[in-house]
Design a protein around this ligand. Structure first.
Ligand code: HEM
Length: 231
């Protein structure tokens, strides 16, 4: 379909974003792990043997919406109508649908904790205790790399990332919705240094190990509306 493409394996200055594109992604979003389990099993059984499960990641809310590094995540997310404008296709055959970018990142928290508090703040570009933006943070600070308004056109996306922890590893399941994948991809390209050679300081303690793009159909009456695909 128009606008959907495989996730790009980007490289820049010693860092990379692997592409592990798969066919189907299911976001089971419930109030408890128990409900999630039931929902995931029901979907798996509805999908049947046409698909093979390649990955399942259980996520959780950490300290009310923080990344495992301790920093609040989602502060600059667009809200209300701005969130809808950023995430939902407004018209045409795919009206009401969205695109998702999903990436699993693995953190090296001992490495992050070995940095001084000010180095950690400069990695993100915000102050841990207050979440205040550091206006004169280095160019490599994550919020300088990702500043949505600094792109032309602006690259607002709706992030719904969640921490995960499993088998002794942990990190962030990055998730963003956009009315096009270009918004996300322009941010990612700048993060790996493709614009100016400056790599996002996040890469000093975390790295992506998966990457996929998906089209999210709209729902009508609680059911997926696939009419845009002629189904
Ligand atoms: C492990 C990976 C990542 C971590 C831990 C992380 C964490 C954060 C944190 C703590 C903030 C500041 C608070 C906020 O506004 O939400 C932030 C902002 C942001 N991040 Fe990330 N992020 C990660 C990956 C990414 C990726 C892959 C993208 C997109 C390609 C991205 C896009 C953004 C954007 C657009 C903002 C808001 C920037 C602004 O306009 O101020 N992040 N992130």
């Amino acid at each position: 379909m128009e606008g959907l493409r495989p996730f790009p394996a980007l490289t820049g200055n010693g860092v990379q974003t692997p592409s592990t594109q798969n066919a189907l992604w299911v976001f089971a979003r419930e109030q408890s792990a128990s409900e999630c389990f039931d929902t995931a099993r029901a979907i798996e059984s509805a999908v049947g043997s046409d698909f093979r499960r390649v990955e399942e990641v259980s996520t959780f809310v950490f300290r009310g919406g923080h990344d495992l590094s301790g920093y609040e995540d989602g502060t600059e997310n667009p809200k209300g109508q701005a969130a809808i404008d950023a995430a939902i296709i407004p018209d045409g055959p795919f009206q009401g649908s969205s695109f998702a970018a999903v990436q699993r990142w693995i953190h090296d928290l001992p490495r992050f904790q070995s940095l001084s508090p000010s180095e950690r703040n400069n990695t993100i570009g915000r102050v841990l205790e207050t979440n205040a933006e550091i206006v004169d943070a280095p160019l490599s600070a994550h919020i300088k790399r990702a500043a949505q308004e600094s792109f032309d056109p602006a690259a607002f996306i709706l992030r719904r990332s969640m921490p995960w922890s499993e088998g002794g590893e942990h990190g962030l399941l990055f998730l963003a919705f956009g009315e096009s994948l270009d918004r996300y991809e322009r941010v990612l390209a700048r993060m790996v240094g493709q614009e100016d050679g400056v790599v996002d300081a996040l890469f000093t303690f975390t790295r992506p190990v998966t990457g996929g793009y998906f089209w999210c159909p709209p729902q009508i009456g609680g059911r997926l509306d696939l009419s845009g695909l002629g189904l």
